[in-house]
Design a protein around this ligand. Structure first.
Ligand code: CO8
Length: 268
């Protein structure tokens, strides 16, 4: 029997394009007039899209519309007149959505196709894997606007690139180019603009070939163990290693290997 490849585009959002290609969902943020800056409506739409991913999705790709910008930050026009409690609420709204991305039970790839500034860089950092185009620019320019990176940037940037570089990027607010982002480990690879989405899709598909529950457990282990003391982290991993043996995928994957077959994992 031939497997049917699901392929469609959802148009129910004002600022998002959702495309399904087999087990890969691509979420494209599309607010061209503001270089895809994140306002409350867009954050709400991303939140809804995350809650309504097609259940067959094994990898999510997040990118920005156009060739110039991934996300040029949080929407400065929405923030300009906020009071303290409103600033807190706006920051929490973004931080909660980004945490949802970070803890999603499937891998999320950021395909950074241009400016990833402020909230844009923070969005990329909430994803599991970042790749970018050669014209990408990363930065946390917030202190130049009188605020701090408030969508969890102070937390995640230091974790990803170390405190010294994170502090330099945040205190100066200066953007860096793609090759520098690669050098400091903020992205895993740089591609010519036209090659970015094919590369993201290829990466996604190579993840989709593996056992979905094992990939989900591996993501959970890496995320949770990072902040734990060594003994607790190792015990956490052992529990999830054990859980793998309660899955059909483990039985089928190992049986296929021993029979010199290829396993098509069911995620059970
Ligand atoms: N918010 C709102 N509008 C924006 C944003 C933004 N972040 N970025 C760009 N735009 C708009 C511009 O105002 C402009 O609109 P218009 O055409 O109406 O004048 C349009 O997009 C095109 O921008 P430019 O003409 O400036 O395009 P350039 O190619 O000249 O420059 C840049 C591109 C360098 C990206 C430039 O637009 C820029 O510096 N943008 C702002 C970048 C920035 O500072 N980002 C950080 C914002 S703060 C943030 O993200 C905080 C996150 C944590 C929030 C915590 C909440 C409490």
């Amino acid at each position: 029997m031939q497997t049917q490849i699901i392929q469609y585009r959802i148009t129910m959002y004002d600022f998002l394009k959702i495309e399904q290609n087999g087990a890969v969902t691509t979420l494209t943020i599309s607010a061209p007039k503001s270089l895809n800056a994140l306002n409350s409506t867009i954050l709400g739409e991303i939140n809804t899209a995350l809650d309504n991913l097609n259940p067959s999705t094994r990898v999510l790709i997040i990118t920005g519309d156009g060739e110039k910008s991934f996300v040029a930050g949080a929407d400065i026009s929405e923030m300009a007149n906020l009071q303290e409690n409103e600033g807190f609420a706006f920051g929490k709204r973004g931080a909660d959505v980004f945490r949802k991305i970070e803890t999603l039970n499937i891998p999320v790839i950021a395909a950074v196709n241009g400016f990833a500034l402020g909230g844009g860089c923070e969005l990329a950092m909430s994803c599991d894997i970042r790749i970018c185009s050669s014209n990408a620019r990363f930065g946390q320019p917030e202190v130049g606007l009188g605020i701090i990176p408030g969508f969890s940037g102070t937390y995640r940037l230091a974790k990803l690139v170390g405190m010294g570089i994170a502090k330099q990027l945040i205190f100066t607010g200066k953007p860096i180019k793609a090759d520098e982002a690669l050098r400091i480990g903020l992205v895993n690879a740089v591609y010519e603009p036209a090659d970015l989405m094919p590369a993201a899709m290829q990466l996604a598909e190579s993840i989709c070939n593996n056992a979905p529950l094992a990939v989900a457990y591996a993501k959970k282990c890496i995320n949770e163990e990072y902040d734990l003391p060594a003994d607790e982290a190792i015990a956490f991993e052992s529990r999830y290693f054990g859980k793998c043996f309660a899955t059909e995928d483990q039985k089928n994957g190992m049986k296929a290997f021993l029979n010199k077959d290829k396993c098509t994992f069911q995620g059970k």
